[in-house]
Design a protein around this ligand. Structure first.
Ligand SMILES: *Cc1c(COP(=O)(O)O)cnc(C)c1O
Length: 717
């Protein structure tokens, strides 16, 4: 079962989540020096310079998710702050316990004094890598205090920048301080309190604040971010080697260039697309916590297995062993924790949609069989994939080799991109000029809805991929097919990359003469345009005319794409049409809900709103946890429609409510709360088709499906 990721998909955090893993691998590298067996300089470059970006990255992510709210929503700042502190302290506590035996074994806790305990707890960490947790706690607390002081964000940035400089002088730049000078003396005193200046006071705040500001300053320029990252990284390498050359480093965690490098890294990561992943987040965190223990395990195991040569003495072998073991253990741990958390997310508790993967696969195969090999499916995922859940559908279809989709709006397209859907995504509808930047950001293809719109889009000034809509008779969108000059001019517009041209057939469902004549005239007008463009020397873009009915009724019109919607979901618009193709199209969607309560209704009593139902005899009724707020049409009240429980029909009683529906279960024995009612789909021998609902309410299946509520959960089975 796969959950619909819509809730978490609003922002583009997939890149951050994936880089967390890389950053965790970097931290392991810092503690195992993978290149040491081969080159001391190489190892210095990798672990003492490049991998140093990992910890600032983690601070910035915390800034992004926690600290940003201190500015953006001061009213909720304390709540957010306190929750973070509690969580981090708990994690720190667990880590302390995990490492207590190792610390004792290594003799870390001999000669303990109050001072050394405090120093360990607040700054150094009770085990070497654990300094990070108190640093987070102190850094976030410091920034929280700044935020409630009422200072502007720029001022804090200044303050935290100054703290960072103080930190630099105790770290990579320590050698600049003259021995015996007052400053030198002050630093030596400081080192009584903390062993390093890379801690929550001096290092964390600046990255926390930069991370928090990151949300407001995301640049969309893909290349500039990467060039910036490469250049600042390069300068950081130069800085590191220079400092080492002059022997200035007391420690090597902090560089000046670490700041721009970390900023560019974050910006670049925001342009990575992909779903955010709690699993990767947790795995990276556990790799961080557990890898020192895994170092011990690898050493022990190597000794037992007599593999010390490659697993310990060879630095690369050692690193790979530690990384793999840490990753496996961390992944198992977060999978296990995920399972514990899943209980909260049980998707079939109230009312839900089940999507049948096998049916979808059959429909895709059936449709592909009806179009030539050169023609590709371009499924219509508009209106949340006709209520099926666009993301679930897109993922499933991508897995079946589909690489082109159409949607109605930028928002629908962006949702797919942010969740890692590849291939062409064509927006069939209008996009407001204020949203033009998103076309580029999410690499969406825009439909040219008419000539003035093309001019507007061209004036935007940046290259946009488009398909030209041609109006051949629907009189909705597209430039009129008679206006060949205009269409030709659109093709020549400097900023429009014309990948395709298409028309939409508006009477292809009916097989009567007037409609068929009309459709053939539409096709003729369209091909006239194509020919005229060819004569004028325009390169031939992809062309397409068919939607679902076109594929069945006009197979000769197959070109580069078939924009299939309703048929892909296993039905056609009406009951009659669906019957005709029921051997090849299988309904993908089932609609189900729980029985919430079963009770008696006595003769003469009413049930539901508005005294619309009166019992003529004693009966048993059940309330179902689904209503018109979930997309079940209220119009069905009083119709012949009945739901299925235990494979038997349970007629509706009274009016459908927003969240509930009452049904008659007198004829069905043993119905109890928690049972499943099928509103669309199969139960036992019985089946209710979405066509039945459409027929009862005087509409087409497309409308019933696309109005399925956002409140419904969607699962693939
Ligand atoms: C919705 C839509 C489709 C898909 O239509 P179906 O009849 O569901 O296959 C194709 N083309 C355009 C322009 C559409 O708006």
């Amino acid at each position: 079962m796969e959950r619909d990721g819509r809730m978490r998909a609003e922002q583009n955090y997939g890149g951050l989540d994936r880089f967390r893993m890389i950053a965790a691998f970097m931290v392991v590298a810092i503690h195992t020096s993978p290149l040491l067996s081969y080159s001391a300089d190489g190892d210095f470059l990798l672990t003492r310079i490049l991998c140093r970006v990992a910890v600032p990255f983690f601070f910035m992510v915390t800034g992004q998710f926690v600290v940003s709210d201190f500015f953006a929503r001061p009213g909720r700042a304390f709540e957010k702050f306190w929750r973070y502190i509690k969580k981090t302290a708990a994690l720190y506590g667990i880590s302390i316990l995990i490492y207590l035996p190792l610390g004792i074994y290594a003799g870390h806790y001999e000669e303990l004094t109050t001072g050394s305990i405090a120093r360990m707890l607040f700054f150094d960490g009770t085990f070497y890598h654990l300094w990070y947790f108190p640093a987070c706690i102190i850094g976030v607390t410091l920034v929280y205090l700044m935020s409630i002081s009422g200072m502007k964000i720029r001022v804090w940035l200044g303050v935290s920048g100054a703290l960072y400089i103080i930190g630099l002088l105790g770290d990579s730049y320590f050698g600049l301080l003259k021995e015996g000078s007052l400053l030198h003396h002050i630093y030596l005193q400081g080192f009584q309190i903390f062993s390093y200046t890379r801690n929550g006071l001096f290092m964390a705040p600046v990255f926390l604040i930069l991370g928090a500001m990151g949300t407001q300053t995301i640049s969309l320029n893909f290349y500039r971010n990467y060039i910036g990252l490469a250049l600042s990284g390069l300068f950081m390498v130069a800085e590191g080697f220079t400092l080492r050359h002059f022997g200035l480093q007391r420690h090597d965690s902090m560089y000046i260039m670490l700041i721009p490098t970390a900023i560019f890294l974050m910006k670049a990561l925001f342009t990575w697309e992909g779903p955010s992943s709690k699993f990767l987040r947790n795995t990276a965190m556990w790799i961080y916590v557990l890898h020192p223990a895994m170092i011990v395990v690898v050493r022990g195991a190597a000794k037992v297995l007599h593999l010390t040569g490659i697993l310990v003495d060879n630095s690369l072998g050692h690193y790979l062993a530690v990384v793999s073991l840490s990753t496996i253990v961390a992944a198992c741990l977060s999978k296990w924790m995920e399972k514990g958390g899943k209980k909260e997310e049980f998707p079939c508790g109230r009312a839900w949609i089940e999507l049948n993967k096998t049916a979808l696969r059959q429909n895709v195969a059936a449709l592909r069989k009806r179009i030539p090999d050169e023609c590709r499916l371009m499924p219509a995922l508009k209106a949340d994939a006709y209520g099926h859940g666009a993301l679930l559908m897109a993922k499933e279809l991508s897995g079946m080799g589909v690489d082109a989709f159409c949607v109605a709006s930028v928002r629908e397209g962006a949702l797919l991109r942010r969740n890692g859907i590849k291939g062409e995504i064509l927006i069939l509808g209008y996009t407001h000029p204020d949203l033009f930047p998103l076309l580029r950001k999410y690499r969406l293809t825009q439909t040219i809805v008419d000539f003035p719109y093309a001019s507007l889009l061209n004036r935007y000034g940046k290259k946009i991929h488009v398909h030209i809509g041609v109006d051949t008779g629907m009189r909705r969108l597209g430039e009129r097919s008679e206006n060949v000059d205009e269409i030709y001019n659109i093709c020549r517009m400097k900023n429009l990359i014309v990948d395709g041209i298409y028309t939409h057939l508006c009477a292809d469902d009916a097989l009567k003469k007037p409609e068929m004549d009309f459709t053939n005239r539409q096709a003729y007008a369209f091909y006239q345009v194509i020919e005229a463009l060819e004569e004028r020397g325009c390169p031939r873009p992809k062309i397409h005319l068919q939607s679902s009915y076109g594929v069945f009724h006009y197979p000769e019109l197959a070109e580069d794409y078939a924009r299939v919607g309703i048929a892909l979901y296993g039905v056609l618009s009406t009951l009659e049409d669906t019957e005709k193709y029921k051997d090849i199209l299988k309904p993908v969607l089932s609609l189900k809900a729980r029985v919430a309560s079963v009770r008696n209704l006595y003769r003469g009593e009413w049930a539901g709103y508005g005294l619309a139902f009166k019992a003529e005899k004693d009966m048993k009724i059940a309330a179902l946890a689904i209503g018109y707020g979930d997309g079940l049409p209220r119009q069905l009240s009083g119709s012949a429609y009945a739901v299925l429980i235990h494979g038997r029909r349970a007629p509706l009683i009274g009016r459908i409510c927003m969240d509930q529906t009452i049904v008659d279960v007198s004829g069905i024995s043993g119905v109890k709360a928690g049972d499943v009612a099928v509103l669309i789909g199969k139960s036992g021998e019985e089946e209710i088709s979405v066509c039945d609902l459409a027929k009862e309410t005087g509409t087409i299946t497309n409308e019933i499906l696309s109005r399925m509520g956002a409140r419904l959960e969607r699962i693939m089975v």
